[in-house]
Write a protein that binds this ligand. Structure first.
Ligand SMILES: [Zn+2]
Length: 284
């Protein structure tokens, strides 16, 4: 699968890497991912499945960690599509109080709204309306920032201060402002900085606009990409081991070789075995 990141990765030499090639999850990756869903693990799996990113191949876990938050979500979304197909099934309660029915939705991964960077840049500047502040220069949040924030993101205000501390490179004449300096900013200025980042950042919307099949009203369904990808993997962890057993039993392949295959290869071999067994029973 070949595609382009909504944002892009800037290397230290100032080159933008945007097109990527992706291969589906293998049994090994599925096994890894089914265990936990931390940001570090996502970097490991992305480095294994993203074959090429611009001029970079292989893509290290360090590069995967330095990708923009939206780019990582986008890669997970495409990885899900490459491994499990485009259709996503979701079950939820219709949020309209007059309805409140449990409904099943099916949508395509391609329907997830993606906002691409119109003019990707390594850093951006914004001038807050308070003249005392001066121009602010910032970069966009990455997987590494997410990783650093996981412990404190229960406190939203503190997490925002920490995120701004990491992403603000300059505030007026102050280089790399400290978290104390950022915490001391007027909240209107903080809101402006946040809005400024939001406006230039690529986005993968984690909601789907759809119609309730019961009451036919429009509703916005939440779509948590991590939960969908990792949820699929959890349900399938048991099945994965059954498939390994089945292939090892019939072909005498090692567990390692079987786990190195992408899911569709495993399924093709399993289908072939099933056909052979079927043919034997038919006496042909
Ligand atoms: Zn409804």
């Amino acid at each position: 699968m070949e595609d382009e990141l909504p944002g892009g990765y800037w290397d230290e030499a100032g080159n933008l890497h945007r097109p990527f090639e992706l291969s589906p999850l293998t049994g090994h990756d599925e096994e890894l991912l089914a265990g936990a869903d931390g940001a570090t693990l996502v970097s490991t799996v992305l480095s294994r499945c993203v074959r090429r990113l611009g001029a970079l191949s292989p893509v290290s876990a360090e590069v995967a960690a330095d990708l923009l938050t939206a780019d990582r979500l986008y890669l997970l979304l495409r990885l899900r599509q490459a491994t499990f197909g485009s259709a996503v099934n979701a079950s939820l309660i219709c949020p309209w109080p007059e309805c409140g029915q449990r409904i099943s939705l099916t949508f395509s991964v391609d329907d997830v709204p993606v906002v691409r960077s119109a003019a990707p840049a390594a850093t951006y500047t914004i001038t807050p309306s308070d003249p005392a502040i001066g121009e602010a220069e910032f970069r966009l949040p990455t997987g590494r920032d997410q990783e650093a924030l996981t412990d404190i993101d229960r406190n939203e205000a503190r997490a925002l201060t920490e995120l701004l501390t990491r992403c603000l490179l300059r505030l007026g004449t102050v280089r790399s402002p400290t978290s104390e300096q950022i915490a001391a900013l007027p909240s209107a200025t903080r809101a402006e900085l946040e809005q400024g980042m939001y406006e230039v950042a690529p986005r993968v919307e984690q909601t789907i606009e759809t119609t309730c099949p019961e009451c036919h009203r429009v509703l916005i369904a939440p779509f948590d990409i991590h939960r969908f990808l990792f949820g699929d993997l959890r349900t399938d962890a048991q099945l994965l081991y059954q498939e390994v057993h089945y292939l090892a039993f019939n072909y005498h392949w090692s567990e390692r070789d079987i786990l190195n295959m992408p899911r569709d290869h495993r399924r093709t071999y399993i289908a072939a075995i099933a056909e052979t067994i079927g043919a034997m029973h038919d006496g042909t």
